[in-house]
Design a protein around this ligand. Sequence first.
Ligand code: ARG
Length: 468
Amino acid sequence: MSVETKQVSGKMWGGRFAETTAASVEAFSASIQYDARLYRHDVMGSKAHARMLARQGLITTEESEAIIQGLSEIEAEIDRGEFVFKPELEDIHMNIEKALTDRIGAAGAKLHTARSRNDQVNLDFRLYLRDEADTLDVLLGETQKAFARRARKYLGAVMPGYTHLQRAQPVLVSHHLLAYVEMFQRDRDRLAGCRQRINIMPLGAAAMAGTGLPIDRQSVAEELGFASITANSMDTTGDRDFALELLFCLNLIQLHLSRLAEELVLWSTKEFDFIRIGDRYCTGSSIMPQKKNPDIPELIRGKTGRVTGALIALLMTVKGLPLTYNRDLQEDKEQVFDALDTVKASLSITAELLDNTEFNVERLRAATIGGFMTATDLADYLVRRNMPFRQAHGVVGRIVAHCQQRDCELTNLTLAELREFSELIGADIFEVLSVDGSVNSRVSAGGTSRIRVEEALNTVEHSLGIST
Ligand code: ARG
């Protein structure tokens, strides 16, 4: 039995058309160049749909089996790179459905029963993004592990902590590194929340009003591993919140990577000289033979622009769209795909980059000397001797001004000189003013003392499954 899909227009939807589509329109509206990457998820969704149609008696078991067999063959053909995608068939959904019908005949033409591309594309995108969310979670975990490895390696090393990019207080290098583990943990948690909202089954919304045919949406959701089904067919077909939310998650990940990149660029300058990035992860200059440039962190920082652009682009695409599906929504995929590719590549290379970055421990320690970085410790010392903090702040401020006049550090003053500012100061002050004394005094939960940082590192290693 042959199926009549050829219309005057040559289109699957061409019944009411008396003219062929303009070539310019085909070129302008085709999405197959980029939505082909949804093919596995399109096949997966169609198979579940076909099984449901058979269970509901809307097609026969034989038809469902023929559809599933045909879809498997098409998927394998695409896997092998042998499938010929046709731009005139617009998108991945039509390309696969047409190939199926060409292959199995009438049964293929029944696949689209009780379904529209409007709910189909929403399903495919959710299935695809659910997998991508899982991949991102793995990549984030790998990046966290790379930070934990550096934190373990340099445990005990000190460095200046900065506010306003001015030296503020000495900290452990590992404390700084573990700050990023926290950021990426929030990214993972955020992604898990986003995944829950991706993981809701849209099929059955049909074009936008639902269907009169006796479908069973719940069973499709179960087969595809969705937690629930969407509640309103109109909301469903016009909804891209899940894609926007994922883009926002991607933006924060890339933002965190970009902040790290900025630090790596700064730290690798002669001015800082805090780190050495391995030669394999740097590039040279075509004119200046002496140059070794941190291009990888620069590119990560630079790519943040396009990831942000993707979020803004899709926000603007959806803004002002009347319910329900509008073709504008086809613009969602390229933005999300590009942001995904960019963030995944940036995450992978960041983990490698960290493994190939060494810290200049002597230089970092030297940078903690000077700049009055233990001034807060002196104020806290006075507070422990019952001086109100504001008053202590004033006393230490005067000592700092005094040192600046004399061009010396706090530790260069004698006990007698210090006591001129406050009688509360005793001989034990010099331990307090030392870099290690300062760091190790910060025992508050989440603080930079060795004891707290080691605990934090142990916790992180444990939760990341790192055995030490
Ligand atoms: N390629 C389309 C998209 O990505 C699929 C849905 C098309 N629906 C339609 N009514 N034209 O949005």
